[in-house]
Design a protein around this ligand. Structure first.
Ligand SMILES: [Zn+2]
Length: 109
């Protein structure tokens, strides 16, 4: 089962994967808050608007979030999808403590 090996990604490797995504997409980085980690802004290709993307670390959340209307309405959006990050709609299909919820590069829909 090849997926099993992938899921053993260490915390350090996970952080490196996430930082690679952040660094290649962020137009601006913001400091972590108590609830939101890896906060960064991305620019919409269609409108030029900036959206804030972050990991929602609240108990009962544990998914990636984006400030755009699509994500607010649907729990996923083109910005998260393009980076391989799981919005709440997909993350909720996995157990709360499943490390795959945070890892980039997974199927997001
Ligand atoms: Zn979005």
């Amino acid at each position: 089962m090849p997926t099993k090996t992938k899921d053993k990604t260490s915390a350090t490797q996970a952080a490196a994967l996430i930082l690679r995504i952040v660094n290649s997409n962020a137009v601006e980085r913001l400091p972590d808050s108590d609830r939101y980690k890896y906060r960064f802004k991305v620019r919409s290709e269609s409108s030029g608007s900036l959206y804030l993307v972050s990991w929602d670390d609240a108990p009962g959340a544990c998914w990636w979030t984006c400030s755009c209307r699509g994500n607010i309405s649907h729990g996923n959006c083109k910005h998260l999808k393009s980076m391989g990050l799981m919005g709440r709609t997909i993350a909720k299909t996995l157990p709360l403590n499943d490390p795959r919820r945070m890892l980039p590069g997974r199927p997001t829909y």
